[in-house]
Design a protein around this ligand. Structure first.
Ligand code: GLC
Length: 493
């Protein structure tokens, strides 16, 4: 079978290597980025394609398989792999799917209810190494391999290990994007031996970190260029407080490390045309739409309707990074000291889930909680709330604050990573402010900033000005796509 994607691009061929791509298969922000950045890159002429495992969720997609099969050598093992191809929705961006049912036809991407899959290293190696065989199977050969996060992070090492006079006969470069340094892919030395990578790729200059195999570290050491998902995070990761033990390694590679702020998919997140909303929100005249969305959200959460009390929203995974334990601490005194209401959608750590449920039982008229994930409800929370909370301890970029702004909910967030880069704090000047930032991760400071927001809500004309700024904050991918193109050019120059 020949490649069905034969668009004539004039320059730069880039293969995204990623364990998830939205809307095909996603657990969070990584999937969203891999599902939307390629569309923006394609619109500026980059021939970008995506490689992802054929997870169970992808089984229902219309997929055409290449006749040529691959027998992938990994250390002592040889694994059968078939490559399918589909497209990323109507965008036309080609997606190659790696079929090996034993490894990828599973209930979750990384884990099931028993926990992380024990063969995750092998699954990561299969994803990373298959990238090198794309041209052999499809006839299309990338100039740049762009790996995302730990599961794809050994791609640069496989590339470096391949014969430089490889079959394609031209140098191929790699870029690694770190979406979240907390997840590094830490396994044993035995797991490293499974990779089939040269033995000297172990060690302090390679995959070894604290006597373990660290896939992300191997990627950082081997990639030609490294990016993180916001400029502030690119600085933070070089420090002990944010480096998760890899700060020295990131400092060492500092000259090749840049931060590029994620955008959001403006078509997928359009409050004028979002079918999940009970009413459209016009960014230039939001009042009516916001009011209808707020009323309907309160009803959906079985809370009494009122437009005069400020409504705060949360849409998040619940674990320590997200800092929602601070909100749990702050809520009881906010209940007695203010008239604010809260709507929380999330899941994760059982203690946090239970604490929120307990609070909603205690204050059913003022705190609504939904444990789980529901894309429609998430959208209705962005649309129906006045403020959106993200007290993250660290946040590489954060997409939710951008969705919130686009839907007219003012973000309240800790001044870290991409939150610091996207939110302009409300101070005396109303000119450019689009939300609130606070510095220290403690319940007291969170409470203070929430009270500040409540006060602003009392002055509707000021609130409307900040809301207008939020609604018109530019969050598109166009700028980021051009910056990525520069990184690809930098890598290949
Ligand atoms: C990770 C980060 C988040 C970022 C997302 C997409 O989920 O935690 O901050 O927005 O990746 O890059």
């Amino acid at each position: 079978m020949t490649d069905i994607f034969s668009a004539n691009f004039t320059f730069m061929k880039v293969l995204f290597v990623s364990p998830e791509v939205s809307p095909l298969v996603r657990t969070g922000g990584l999937g969203d980025v891999v599902g939307s950045l390629p569309i923006a890159l394609r619109s500026i002429g980059v021939d970008v394609r995506i490689l992802c495992p054929l997870h169970r969720e992808c089984k229902t997609l219309e997929t055409r398989f290449f006749a040529k099969k691959l027998r992938l050598k990994l250390g002592k093992k040889t694994l059968p792999v078939r490559l399918g191809q589909t497209t990323l929705g109507p965008s036309g961006v080609p997606v190659y799917l790696i079929e090996n049912d034993e490894l990828f036809d599973r209930p979750g991407i990384y884990a099931d209810e028993k926990g992380d899959y024990p063969d995750n290293p092998e699954r990561a190696f299969v994803l990373s190494k298959t990238a090198l065989h794309i041209s052999q199977i499809s006839g299309w050969s990338p100039d740049v391999f762009h790996a995302h996060d730990w599961m794809a992070a050994s791609t640069p090492a496989y590339l470096n290990a391949a014969d430089p006079k490889n079959k394609i006969g031209k140098p191929r470069k790699s870029v690694l994007t770190i979406h979240n340094l907390e997840h590094q892919g830490i396994f044993s030395h035995e797991n490293f031996l499974q990779s089939g990578l040269p033995k000297d790729y172990w060690g302090i200059e390679g995959f070894e970190h604290n006597a373990c195999m660290n896939l992300l570290k191997g990627g950082i050491q081997h990639a030609d260029k490294i990016t993180t998902v916001s400029p502030t995070y690119a600085q933070e990761v070089r420090t002990k407080a944010f480096g998760h033990g890899l700060e020295e390694c990131l400092k060492y590679r500092g000259a090749d490390l840049v931060g590029i702020l994620n955008g959001i998919d403006g078509d997928g997140w359009n409050p004028m045309e979002d079918p999940a909303l009970p009413a459209p929100i016009d960014p230039l005249a939001p009042k009516q739409g916001k009011k209808a969305c707020k009323k309907s959200l309160l009803k959906e959460m079985k809370m009494p309707s009122s437009s005069t009390e400020p409504l705060f929203g949360v849409v998040s995974r619940l674990y320590s990074q997200k800092g929602l334990d601070l909100l749990i601490q702050a809520l009881p005194s906010l209940m007695s000291g203010s008239n604010a209401k809260f709507v929380i959608l999330g899941s994760g750590a059982k203690e946090e889930e239970n604490a929120f449920l307990e609070l909603s039982r205690k204050f059913p008229k003022r705190i609504g909680v939904f444990i789980g994930f529901d894309d429609g409800l998430a959208r209705r929370i962005f649309a129906g709330t006045d403020f959106f909370l993200m007290p993250s301890r660290f946040e590489p970029c954060g997409l939710a604050q951008q969705y919130a702004m686009r839907y007219g909910s003012l973000p309240i967030a800790r001044k870290t990573g991409g939150l610091a880069d996207t939110i302009k704090h409300f101070s005396r000047s109303l000119q450019s402010a689009n939300g609130f930032l606070f510095n220290r991760a403690n319940a007291e400071d969170l409470k203070k900033v929430i009270n500040r927001a409540i006060k602003l809500f009392g002055n509707q004309s000021q609130y409307a000005k900040i809301q207008a700024n939020a609604l018109t904050t530019r969050c598109s991918w166009d700028f980021a796509a051009r910056q990525y193109l520069e990184v690809y050019q930098w890598a290949t120059s």
